[in-house]
Design a protein around this ligand. Structure first.
Ligand code: BG6
Ligand code: MG
Length: 224
């Protein structure tokens, strides 16, 4: 009986690091820019950039180096980083979809759930297009549609509202600490993909989507 009250009707997926292995390309491109500025960007520092918008990520990097620049200079730097990122993703192969992701998207749909993308990236639609998986989403919310990037809940609340599903009936899949915080702030359940040390605030943390099925989603009511 409780399941019918709380049942999950929609799944909202982050993109970079959840559906496709592009988090590494963001890191490589930011590292190249940081190194040019004489700043060391470690894997640990990079955790703070995940899920965060392009300009906010640049702000974090510059603060690591104690550097400040004019808005115009920062826009030029962010554009250069983005050009490197776009070069990487243009060489990406469809097999860079992360293991289990496509299967879970399809299983959610087959079980009557709505599926949305909730990504801070302004490149999200082109990445989905390159992978040829746009058709697996009922709604796509990306970095071009929001004012506040994660950890603000705007992106997920907009996804729920476009799906016409109440936030408490949505579950979010996230690999970033900022993304987990955004989902929880939106009043949604959240499954963290990665390490419990990083994503401990999530309702459940799993290493990746390999072997994770729609039956493993808490409170889901299957349609078969
Ligand atoms: C998020 C990534 O999905 O998108 C961040 O986790 C990235 O690393 C952000 O900075 C913005 O991406 P883009 O493609 O608009 O620069
Ligand atoms: Mg991510």
């Amino acid at each position: 009986m409780h399941a019918s009250v709380n049942r999950v009707k929609a799944a909202i997926f982050d993109l970079d690091g959840v559906i496709v292995d592009t988090a590494k390309y963001h890191y490589l491109a930011w590292k190249k820019l940081a190194n040019e500025l004489g700043i060391d960007l470690t894997i640990e520092d990079n955790e703070r950039l995940k899920g965060v918008s392009r300009m906010d990520s640049l702000g974090i990097i510059l603060s690591l180096g104690g550097l400040s620049f004019s808005e115009a200079e920062k826009i030029k730097m962010a554009d250069r980083k983005n050009a490197w990122f776009v070069d990487f993703v243009n060489q990406m192969q469809p097999d860079e979809i992360l293991p289990g992701a496509k299967e879970l998207l399809q299983a959610c749909r087959e079980n009557g759930m709505k599926v949305a993308l909730g990504s801070s990236s302004k490149n999200a639609k082109s990445v989905l297009g390159l992978l040829n998986i746009e058709h697996l989403f009922d709604v796509i919310v990306d970095g071009t549609m929001i004012k506040n990037s994660k950890p603000h809940p705007e992106i997920f609340l907009l996804g729920a509202s476009l799906l016409n599903i109440s936030p408490d009936q949505c579950i979010v899949f996230e690999d970033a600490e900022a993304g987990v915080e955004a989902a929880l702030a939106a009043g949604m359940m959240c499954i963290g993909l990665g390490s419990p040390a990083q994503l401990g605030k999530a309702n459940l943390v799993i290493p990746d989507l390999r072997n994770f099925t729609v039956e493993d989603i808490p409170n889901v009511v299957l349609s078969h």
